[in-house]
Design a binder for this molecule. Structure first.
Ligand code: GLP
Length: 244
């Protein structure tokens, strides 16, 4: 789906998510959302907040699972995804705090494997993810599944790619301050979502969007594994679609 600009695209996706939440609520069901961070979904989250505040969209039936978090990372750090999600979204909604799940960047190294196993278990216990929002990194990562991440990978601790750390450098006031690792849902975890919406804006994403959509499926561009999913939408602005 190619929109003239990211503004129109973000609003359209927000409305699609709102409809899903309302449909689930009308059926007396919880709506399980997989959520992403980064600059890409900020306008989408702003529109969801507007729909809550001005049009009565309730998030009381929403359970959320975030894709990833830097490791190590304190939740109150400027760059933490916990802080990001609360600032842009959760603090302005009526979502129940116990329904929010974000990988814990403070977990001790020896407890990471158990934490990741439990994260997957919580997703399953919630009934699986109804709709997963994704951005894409210039390395072709989804979540923090860097090149080399296989289609069957699960939630785990990974090492960040050099390009990803360069892209995050300005957020951390220098590349040397960017954590070397991160916790992320796996490609396999993401592919189990019933519906996936990947967003990409701007000319900086055009090359990786082309590789994701038109390239062969391979772990050198983990986002290519989305090609095998039955219900994936790729939502682009004109600039991000320029090389297709
Ligand atoms: C980070 C996040 C990804 C995100 C990517 C793109 O690596 N872990 O989930 O998709 O950045 O970021 P941006 O949206 O700022 O371009």
């Amino acid at each position: 789906q190619i929109y003239a600009d990211s503004e129109q695209a973000s609003v359209a996706v927000a409305h699609q998510i709102a409809e899903l939440i309302r449909r689930k609520a009308a059926a007396g069901q919880m709506c399980v959302l997989g959520l992403a961070t980064g600059s890409t979904p900020t306008r989408l989250y702003e529109e969801l907040v507007r729909l809550h505040q001005q049009e009565g969209l309730s998030f009381r039936n929403v359970i959320s699972f975030n894709l990833d978090e830097y490791y190590p990372m304190r939740p109150d750090s400027l760059q933490s995804y916990v802080r990001f999600m609360h600032e842009y979204l959760f603090d302005q909604l009526d979502i129940q705090p116990e329904n929010i799940h974000i990988p814990d960047g403070t977990i001790a190294q020896e407890q990471v494997a158990e934490f990741c196993r439990r994260y997957e278990e919580q997703i399953r216990a919630a009934g699986g993810i109804d709709l997963q929002v994704l951005g894409i990194g210039r390395t072709g990562h989804i979540g923090f599944n860097e090149p080399g991440s296989g289609a069957a990978s699960r939630t785990r601790l990974i090492t960040l790619d050099h390009i990803t750390r360069t892209d995050a450098a300005s957020d951390f006031y220098g590349e040397e301050n960017v954590p070397r690792r991160a916790l992320t849902m796996g490609v396999g975890t993401i592919l189990e979502a019933r519906q996936i919406v990947l967003l990409a804006w701007g000319e900086g994403k055009a090359a990786v969007v082309k590789r994701m959509v038109e390239g062969d499926m391979s772990d050198s561009v983990p986002a290519t594994y989305l090609q095998q999913h039955k219900a994936v939408q790729v939502v682009l602005d004109a600039a991000a679609s320029a090389e297709l």
